[in-house]
Design a protein around this ligand. Structure first.
Ligand SMILES: [Ca+2]
Ligand SMILES: [Ca+2]
Length: 263
């Protein structure tokens, strides 16, 4: 009687463990196919969004350039990630960015920029003021980027711009640009450092972008150009989830270590 009652219990236990493992595997498998949105430094996005990953800004300002060697500097506010608004992708916070380039060539209405860098910040005290560049450069470094050479408008550079009206060095003007970036750091760096996009030169890059710009009268001093951009890339949850998991384990470990010391 004892033996016969033990057998079903063991079977039940094995069955439960098996079901638990299956459930875990099921969650992991589902996680790869239909990932839930993740939170990286306060910024929420779905790493498996069908459109991969896309950032947009409808609000950037930049300097005017006229000669080789000039610095293009700009800043702005991120307005969408994967089509969701700031209230959804950054509740209670804002994502802003700054960027710099050096003009390396001007040929007619085409301008080449290199030595590109850009930093994105997540700011838990939203204060973006389009007339104050400093409000786009505060907070935690969310994404650190360097320019990547691409082929565009018949030439090669980190950013190639083409005027649709006007001339460089005079206002008004309008045009558009194409460029690319590689991830070098930031809280979301591990999520976006995927090298998933072609650079048109036989290599790959992490983020590309297309921008449009035009001079505006409602502009802060030194930043007379208004613009917007679409910046597609690809995102993965693996690195951040792994990091968070390890961090969680480390914190639990620290908690136990502290308790151990106290006793
Ligand atoms: Ca800010
Ligand atoms: Ca990369």
């Amino acid at each position: 009687m004892i033996g016969s009652s033990l057998v079903p219990r063991f079977s039940l236990k094995r069955g439960l463990i098996g079901a638990a493992i299956s459930a875990l595997l099921g969650v992991v498998t589902l996680g790869n196919v239909h990932a839930m949105p993740i939170n990286v430094g306060g910024v929420i996005f779905d790493p498996d969004n069908p459109v991969t990953f896309q950032m947009n800004s409808g609000n950037l300002r930049e300097t005017q350039v006229s000669s080789v060697g000039d610095t293009l500097t700009g800043y702005g506010l991120l307005s969408a990630i994967n089509g969701t608004s700031q209230a959804a992708f950054c509740p209670g916070c804002e994502v802003t960015f700054v960027f710099d380039y050096i003009v390396t060539a001007i040929n007619g209405n085409v301008i080449e920029f290199n030595m590109g860098t850009s930093q994105f910040y997540v700011d838990n005290s939203p204060d973006f003021d389009v007339l104050n560049p400093a409000t786009a450069a505060d907070g935690n470094l969310w994404l650190d980027l360097v320019g990547h050479q691409i082929s565009a408008f018949g030439t090669t550079a980190h950013l190639v711009g083409m005027l649709s009206s006007g001339t460089f060095g005079a206002l008004p003007l309008a045009g558009f640009g194409l460029g690319a970036f590689d991830v070098v750091g930031g809280l979301a760096g591990p999520n976006l450092d995927t090298g998933s996009l072609s650079d048109g030169l036989g290599g790959t890059t992490d983020l590309t972008f297309s921008s449009s710009f035009q001079s505006t009268v409602n502009a802060p001093a030194l930043y007379p150009i208004f613009g917007s951009f679409d910046m597609p890339g690809a995102a993965t949850a693996v690195s951040a989830a792994g990091t968070l998991g390890l961090m969680g384990l480390s914190l639990i470990g620290l908690g136990f270590a502290k308790r151990g010391r106290k006793v």
